[in-house]
Design a protein around this ligand. Structure first.
Ligand code: THU
Length: 139
């Protein structure tokens, strides 16, 4: 169960934004296009795509680029995430950790996963990253 109430309209907007962003992925090496969208707690919407590089290890995932857009705009709290790919995969481990930095550890947020046919399934960040490490563990 997630904590924040998100309207059906906000959810649909977030999902549409992630899928539209996917078309802008810069994925010339893997050809695996990813679009991500973040709804901030104050209702703003941010998108990101994966940006690959000829030096492969410098690739940045869509989710982390969406986090960058959010933080750069002055928002620091995530209410929900949507990720769109051809085969409906969930965010990688690194992205789960980066997303969790901006979610209160006593809360959970919905993560909507969309595939190339527009099929949507819902999971949550706590389900994807149980027993997470965060700022509260630093002394
Ligand atoms: N990728 C993402 O953008 N997000 C993920 O959570 C998993 C992987 C990208 C990185 C790379 O450009 C391509 O997908 C294949 O790994």
């Amino acid at each position: 169960m997630t904590d924040t109430t998100i309207s059906a309209e906000q959810r649909d907007r977030l999902i549409a934004a992630a899928c539209a962003a996917r078309g802008r992925a810069y994925a010339r090496y893997s050809r695996f296009q990813v679009g991500a969208a973040i709804l901030s707690e104050d209702g703003r919407l941010y998108t990101g795509v994966n940006i690959e590089n000829a030096s492969y290890g410098l690739t940045v995932c869509a989710e982390r680029n969406a986090v960058g857009a959010m933080v750069n705009d002055g928002a620091l709290r995530i209410a929900a995430v949507a990720v769109c790919t051809e085969n409906g995969v969930t965010p990688c481990g690194a992205c789960r950790q980066v997303l969790s930095e901006f979610v209160d550890h006593e809360s959970d947020i919905p993560v909507w996963i969309i595939d190339g046919r527009g099929e949507v399934r819902e999971t949550s960040l706590a389900a994807l990253l149980p027993d997470s490490f965060g700022a509260r563990h630093l002394t």
